[in-house]
Write a protein that binds this ligand. Structure first.
Ligand SMILES: [Zn+2]
Length: 276
């Protein structure tokens, strides 16, 4: 084992399809090539959309495909638990750390306030409309996130650059490419950006492999690392699988699930040859 620590982080909100599987396959290959450790993290934070039956299906489907991990919810490991829904205390500590550092503010905007400020339709799965800054300077003495939406105040005009190992050189301007983003939801659920940074730090991840729809999320996450005074991991954002018409598979309702392919007699080798 070397110092390389990678992770695959599926969300149990549906059946895995070949688009997700390709990203996980690449993450698996990179960890193996580096003789490193691969972590599987169950990103089941969204209580409305996550289902335990999808969580067990995704582990089973990944194993069927030939992907193996060294640490995860089913095998344990030194940084357990590996299920995000069991890590809320940990996210709360990161929220408190960011709050002490003065980069968070509560946002009381209604859905209507936000809709009025929405920019052109966005592409990415986890992208969000650029915030108008309405609550930015409102005073607050809150010491816990309960009952409010919390946003990260981005340093306007700061350029965030990194050399992406998959997508090449990247450059985003805070305040122009994205605004103050959500780190804690009003319903008490930590937002994706905070949870993944908290987990990647805690699990000592050295390289993050995921789809290119998350490039702009990486820029936001780099701001969180910066605010926490932590060194970020390397990033490798992969190309997304498209169908013959050029539509992203993840965007299609009939996206090919591993389960359906398997039932139709398709083998893991066929999948690797055809899509990966
Ligand atoms: Zn607001």
């Amino acid at each position: 084992m070397t110092g390389y620590r990678g992770r695959i982080a599926p969300s149990p909100t549906g059946l895995l399809h070949v688009g997700h599987a390709r990203t996980f396959w690449i993450a698996h290959q990179r960890a193996r090539d580096a003789r490193g450790t691969l972590v599987l993290r169950d990103e089941d934070l969204d209580p409305q959309r996550s289902r335990p039956e999808f969580a067990s299906a995704m582990l089973e489907d990944l194993k069927w495909l030939g992907i193996e991990w060294d640490e995860g919810p089913d095998v344990g490991g030194p940084y357990s638990p590996y299920r995000q829904s069991e890590r809320t205390d940990h996210y709360l500590r990161v929220w408190q750390d960011l709050r002490r550092r003065g980069v968070l503010f509560p946002c009381t905007c209604s859905r209507k306030d936000l809709a009025g400020a929405a920019q052109a339709p966005h592409e990415g799965g986890d992208d969000e409309p650029r915030y108008n800054g309405r609550c930015r300077d409102a005073p607050s003495s809150a010491t816990d996130p309960a009952g409010a939406t919390w946003r990260f105040r981005v340093p306007d005009g700061l350029t965030i650059e990194w050399q992406d190992r998959g997508a090449g050189p990247q450059s985003y301007a805070a305040g122009r490419d994205f605004g103050d983003f959500v780190v804690w939801r009003r319903d008490g659920v930590p937002a994706y950006q905070l949870a993944v940074v908290a987990d990647d730090i805690a699990m000592r991840i050295t390289e993050v492999v995921r789809g290119r729809d998350l490039l702009k999320s990486a820029a936001r996450q780099l701001l969180i690392y910066r605010a926490l005074g932590r060194t970020p991991p390397a990033f490798f954002h992969c190309e997304l699988v498209k169908d013959d018409e050029g539509t992203r598979l993840a965007k299609r309702h009939d996206a090919l699930s591993l389960r359906a392919l398997r039932a139709a007699g398709v083998t893991p080798d066929d999948i690797v040859r055809r899509w990966f």
